[in-house]
Structure formats: C-alpha cells, structure tokens
Design a binder for this molecule. Structure first.
Ligand code: HEC
Length: 423
C-alpha cells in the first residue's frame, strides 16, 4: 500500500477537516450496508437450512425476503459496499501519509475479502430466482469471507482510531488484540440490531408492508425479527461501555462523550419503539425503530472520527506545515513557515546531540570536522543517516526535506567551526 502514500499530497488544515467529514459520510453509507448484508445473509442461510429440516414454508419465504431486502438489488453491493470502502482507503492514505501505520494494509485486505464475499453473496441472492435450486453453499462461503472482511475492517479502523497508542505488532497480535476484538464484536452485534430493524422496516413498512398480506407469515416474520433485534440491542450498552473504556485518555474529548451519550439516547429510543411494536404492532414504529438504530450507528462513526482527529493532531499539523511549504515551492517563494537551520536544529536534533559532550549521539565537535568543506555529504547524511560508529546506536532518519537538511548542515558546520577555532 506504499504506492498510495507516494501519490498523496500534503493537505491544508481545512482540507484535512474536510477529509474527516467525507469519511463520516462514506462510513455512514458503508457500515450500515455491510452490517445488514452480513446479518441478513447469516439469517437467510440459517432459515434456508431450517426450511430443509422443518419443511416450513414460512422459513423459505423469510429466508428469501431477508436476502432480497439486505442486498437491495442485483448490483447494489458494488456501489454501496465497494466504492465507499475504496474511497475511505484513499482518504486514509491522505490522512496518514506522514506515518508508518498498518491501517491501509488491513483495509486493503478487507477490501479484497469484501469483493470475494459479495460475489458469493450475490450469487446466492440471484439463485433464489431458480426456485428449487438455491445455492446455499455460496451463501455460506459468502458469510465466512464477509466475517473475515469485517474483522480486517475492524482492525484497520482500530489502527486508525488508536493511531499513536497502537501497540500490537503484526497481523495476528493485531487481529486478536482486545481492542480489535471488542470493536469487532461491537460491529457484529450492531449488525444484527440493524438487520433486525431493517427486516421489520422492510417487510412491514416499505412496499406498503407486504408481510401483512399473509397473516400467518406476517406473524412469523414479526416475531423472528423482533427477537433478533431485541437480543442484539440488549447487548449493545455493554459494548458501548467496553468501547469507551478502551479509548486512550489522551484522545477523549467533550465531543466524543457527547456523541456517545446521544448514541445511548438513540438506543434508549429504540428500546421504546421495540416495546411499542411488541405490545401494539404498528408499521410506523418499525420505521422509527430502524432510523433510531441507523442514527445510533452514525453517532459511533462520528465519535470515532473525533477520536481519530484528536489522536492525529500532531501529524495533521505536520501535514499542514508541509502543505504550506509545498504551496510556497509551487509559487517559487521561500514560504511563510520557513524555519532557519538553528530553529530546525533546536526542534529536531537537541534531544540527542550536544556540540561538546556525548548524548545519545556523538558530540558534533568531534565528528563533524571531517565534513569541513564537504557540506553536501553532511546534508546527505542528515537526510539519510547510515551506520557509522559501532559504539553508538544508529541515528534515526529525522525526515527532513532537502532544503531543511541543508540549512541544518550549514548551521552545524558553522557552529563546529567556531568551536574548533576557539580551542
Ligand atoms: C534519536 C536520536 C538522534 C536524533 C534526533 C539525531 N541524531 Fe544525529 N546521531 C545520533 C546517533 C545515535 C549518532 C551516531 C550514529 C552512528 O555513529 O552510526 C548520530 C550521529 C550524527 C552525526 C555524526 C555523523 C558522523 O559522520 O559521524 C551528525 C553530524 C548528526 N548525528 C547530526 C544530527 C542532526 C543535524 C540532527 C537533527 C536533524 C540529528 N543528528 C538528530 C542520534 C540522533
């Protein structure tokens, strides 16, 4: 995924803000859609199998209604599922261009898994057109791929949300870290809540409530969907809480809390609507239930974005500085944020270096004279340090741009010359 970073350009502060808003919109399309596809396919496959065992006509109908509802139509998966994810990957590659971070790798893997999963799931869906020849295996394989796609998606999002505080290394420790597991569970349980809400809404409200036509089937579908929604929503507060606990303190802000509280409030509304549907069925409430669950997911997405922008403040600031420099370069000026060699040195080098004594690195007065009259070589070294003295650890690359490295090299040489002359 490195190539994505290579094509990324530095962003202005406003642009970064805009990218965060775009991510919210895109994820608001993507997450409810893939959630419903996942929950819907699992349920559809489940009832299709049950039909074979119980020989129950209602199960057959339910299974078909669900899969047709959640997949929307024969092609929607590619527009609502794959395009948003691809766009999200591009946005993340912009936001994280200045850092090493495995977010893009995990999202890339999840994208491939989604492509495969959608192919199987749409095969399964379309096979319902041939009444007695439903391709149950495609459904099952699709569920498995989708499960892993969502898992990798959770890992990718977790890396983004936790950013600076991300500790697990390697795919396995990431996938099995408590953070990813908790967020993945959250996603799965919300998926069933959304699916249940979507079934109630889709079968009893849309199309004038087609499930009401057949009383027997209507009752069957209503109770099953209520049970699914109820079980999932009852588990959600627990996961809300777990999800909040794992957010690092430094990334919490008033806004994050506010959205979590709105989310819980929407969940509370959903309970009320569920209750009303339970005691006194009314199709209007299925719509309210569905939308309160949908907007609850939106609050989670927004609070995630706030955490991301909190935890990437520093790197966003660096991006914005690079952007100003790029702009200045394009205009052919020095640029408003040009730092002098001394200033850069104070920011980037003093942690490890002193002129006269050893710190993390060697004292400049001892090792720099060999660069007298050879400024370019020193600039090259600063831009890309190589291993020199076995008594020291290697110097990390300070990540300076050519002009900055040159300014620092000039500054260091000048200082060392002065110091050496004094002796
Ligand atoms: C994280 C610590 C660290 C930072 C930050 C750091 N250095 Fe170093 N530097 C080292 C270490 C360690 C060495 C010794 C490396 C070796 O000998 O292989 C070194 C070596 C050097 C050398 C000697 C190279 C030689 O030929 O022996 C120079 C010059 C130098 N650093 C300049 C800089 C400048 C300029 C900056 C700021 C832009 C900087 N360093 C930032 C740790 C650091």
């Amino acid at each position: 995924m490195e190539f994505l970073k290579d094509i990324a350009l530095p962003q202005s502060a406003e642009h970064i803000q805009l990218l965060h808003y775009m991510l919210i919109l895109i994820l608001f399309l993507f997450i409810p859609f893939v959630s419903a596809i996942f929950g819907g396919t699992v349920l559809s496959v489940f009832y299709k199998k049950k039909e074979k065992i119980d020989l129950d006509e209602n199960c057959r109908k339910f299974s078909q209604d669900i899969i047709e509802l959640v997949t929307v139509n024969k092609k929607a998966g590619f527009i609502l599922g794959l395009v948003p994810l691809l766009t999200a990957i591009l946005i993340f590659s912009q936001l994280f261009q200045s850092s090493e971070n495995s977010n893009l790798v995990y999202l890339g893997i999840s994208f491939l898994l989604f492509v495969i999963a959608f192919n199987f799931i749409y095969d399964y869906r379309n096979s319902f057109n041939y009444l007695n020849n439903v391709d149950l295996n495609s459904g099952k394989i699709g569920v498995v791929f989708l499960f892993f796609a969502l898992w990798f998606f959770s890992a990718g999002m977790s890396v983004a949300v936790f950013y600076d505080n991300w500790k697990p290394e390697g795919i396995f420790s990431s996938l099995f870290s408590s953070i990813v597991i908790i967020r993945f569970l959250f996603l799965l349980v919300s998926a069933f809540a959304i699916t249940g809400g979507a079934i109630l809404f889709g079968l009893f409200y849309l199309d004038g409530g087609k499930a009401n036509l057949d009383k027997n089937y209507g009752e069957f579908a209503k109770w099953k969907a209520l049970k699914i929604t109820f079980t999932a929503t009852i588990l959600l507060p627990l996961l809300f809480f777990a999800n909040l606990v794992i957010i690092p303190g430094s990334s919490l802000s008033g806004g994050v809390f506010a959205y979590i509280i709105i989310g819980l409030f929407l969940l509370f509304l959903a309970y009320n609507f569920l209750y009303v549907i339970f005691v006194r069925f009314s199709s209007k409430f299925t719509a309210l239930l569905f939308f309160s669950l949908l907007f609850m997911v939106l609050t989670i997405i927004i609070s995630d974005q706030l955490v991301i922008s909190n935890s990437t403040k520093v790197s966003s600031a660096i991006l914005a500085v690079h952007y100003e420099e790029l702009l200045a370069d394009l205009k052919g000026e020095g640029g408003p944020v040009e730092l002098s060699g001394e200033e850069i040195y104070q920011i980037r080098c003093v942690a490890c270096h002193k002129f006269d004594v050893k710190l993390v690195g060697p004292p400049h007065n001892e090792v720099v004279p060999k660069y007298f009259g050879n400024e370019n070589q020193l600039t090259a070294y600063i831009r890309n340090p190589s291993k020199i003295d076995p008594n020291y650890p290697p110097m990390p690359n300070p990540g300076l741009r050519p002009r900055e490295a040159k300014a620092v090299a000039e500054y260091v040489l000048e200082q060392v010359k002065k110091n050496v002359e004094k002796q």
